[in-house]
Design a protein around this ligand. Structure first.
Ligand SMILES: [Zn+2]
Length: 121
């Protein structure tokens, strides 16, 4: 069996490249959640404009809310590629921070250029 990972003292060491696909999955699920949250205000505005009534626009809110629960659960269940735990969940706390709540792996750890580049230009 071929081992293509870096080895140190005969023990395979995981590299940043190994985390890339896992971190991409975490970022994709986070993005989906942020898009859903950003869409709330325009969606409710449109619903109110079309129905001219708060109560008639309420079903739109409930559909959005149901979607929010689904997408939040979906993104909360994303696992950290380094430690294997839930990236945004530690016990009962659900925090959408940019680092893993268990091993502190940054969500952009596979993109060192983006993370370390200064704000200049
Ligand atoms: Zn982790």
């Amino acid at each position: 069996m071929q081992v293509d990972r870096d080895e140190q003292d005969g023990v395979p060491q995981e590299t940043v490249e190994d985390w890339g696909p896992g971190l991409q999955k975490v970022r994709k699920r986070r993005l989906l959640l942020w898009i859903l949250i950003a869409v709330y205000m325009p969606l409710m505005w449109i619903a109110q404009r079309l129905t001219h009534s708060f109560w008639d626009a309420l079903p739109v809110f409930w559909v959005w809310f149901a979607l929010l629960i689904v997408i939040m659960t979906y993104s909360a269940l994303a696992r950290c590629p380094r430690c294997g735990n839930y990236f945004h969940m530690n016990g009962m706390s659900l925090l959408y921070l940019r680092k893993c709540l268990h091993c502190q792996l940054h969500v952009c750890a596979d993109k060192p250029g983006k993370k370390t580049s200064p704000a200049a230009s």
